[in-house]
Design a protein around this ligand. Structure first.
Ligand code: ADP
Length: 336
């Protein structure tokens, strides 16, 4: 996994657990979602009811799992974690549902990847707090209704539009998470440095924040690498020099681009003279699978305006040439 990948590995999840905010008030940024959610939760608690089901949408690493943990804590329930891909059939879902206790929060990550055959069961569970358990097979099969205690589903998805409408409609509240500002990321790493007992200076916090692609998960990861560097190569202090040196070692540049991102940009700019170039050709030239280029490197390059997608392929922008310190394409050659 790349150092700036927005996804977390299993082992990283453990490192992250120590850094998770536990209360809504500690959750940095996302003002809109935070104030809406706090209203929903407060009202539910005041009424002595479980809150409406919550759908959280947004890119990986922005705090969806963290928010689900905070919701569980606020309603005094336990959190149960599962994911769409982990639920292959109705039986898997029935097993999870039937183990829920009152006030529990069931977090379903990547809910858009839930098996279609399990959806009906989830609808019924969310709406009527009931599962129908099938007993027996063939013509003699009967379904036995099993009541469930009141609980809250928190669904997470990269895009709410990926969900079938009937499922989307069962969520009383949908929150959309946005990429974070540099200031917010600097605040997150500053707070986390305290938890990690690291002596992080303010300008180093900003340096980390500016290279973290708007994503707290990446900011936390870079913070840990800077701490490593300071401890082993430096004098223990996470100052600006240490941050720069560490991020150079891990090849994360000023704009948060890593080795693969730069290889892609360089190929488009130099070998293909700014493009457009087809995805497969581009992938071959950087020695990667097309899927890796498309899902790992491209989204951020496009989002930051280094690359554009055209009907004829990927093309580099002026910004890409500038970032790599290259002269732009010759004037007679069009940019895209
Ligand atoms: P997601 O579920 O959206 O992939 P996570 O909730 O696992 O993201 O968050 C990834 C990491 O970033 C966690 O370590 C979490 O503590 C941290 N994080 C995310 N959002 C915030 C925030 N708003 N304030 C502080 N830390 C955050």
């Amino acid at each position: 996994k790349g150092i700036v990948s927005p996804a977390a590995s299993e082992s990283e999840r453990a490192a992250e657990a120590a850094l998770r905010p536990r209360q809504l008030s500690e959750f940095v940024g996302q003002e809109t979602v935070r104030s809406q959610l706090s209203l929903v939760l407060e009202a539910a608690v005041a009424r002595g009811k479980t809150p409406d089901h919550v759908l959280l949408s947004g890119p990986p690493g922005l705090g969806k799992t963290t928010l689900s943990m905070i919701i569980a804590a606020e309603v005094n329930g336990s959190l149960r974690l599962t994911s769409g891909p982990a639920i292959q059939n109705p039986g898997d879902l029935a097993a999870v549902l039937s183990s829920l206790q009152e006030n529990d929060v069931l977090f379903i990550d990547e809910i858009h990847r839930l098996a279609r055959t399990a959806e009906e069961m989830l609808y019924l569970a969310m709406e009527d707090f009931r599962v129908d358990v099938m007993v027996g097979k063939g013509p003699g099969a009967t379904s036995i209704p099993l009541p469930l205690p009141p609980f809250t589903v928190v669904g997470a998805t990269t895009r709410a539009g990926l969900l079938p409408a009937p499922l989307r409609d069962r969520f009383g509240f949908t929150g959309h998470l946005e990429y974070y500002e540099e200031e917010e990321l600097a605040l997150i790493v500053t707070r986390n440095a305290v938890k990690l007992q690291a002596n992080l200076e303010a300008d180093a916090a900003h340096e980390i924040a500016s290279r973290s692609r708007g994503t707290p998960r990446i900011a936390n990861r870079l913070l840990r690498r800077v701490q490593d560097w300071a401890q082993v190569r430096g004098n223990g202090v996470l100052d600006l020099a240490a941050a720069r040196a560490a991020l150079d070692v891990f090849e994360v540049d000023r704009r948060g681009l890593d080795r693969l991102d730069r290889a892609v940009l360089e190929a488009v700019c130099v070998r293909f003279r700014g493009g457009p170039v087809g995805l497969t050709t581009l992938a071959v030239s950087v020695g990667e699978e097309p899927e890796t280029v498309e899902t790992v490197a491209e989204p951020y390059l496009v989002r930051e305006g280094f690359l554009v997608r055209t009907p004829r392929g990927r093309a580099a922008t002026r910004l890409a040439f500038d970032h790599l310190g290259l002269p732009g394409p010759a004037p007679e050659e069009t940019l895209f």
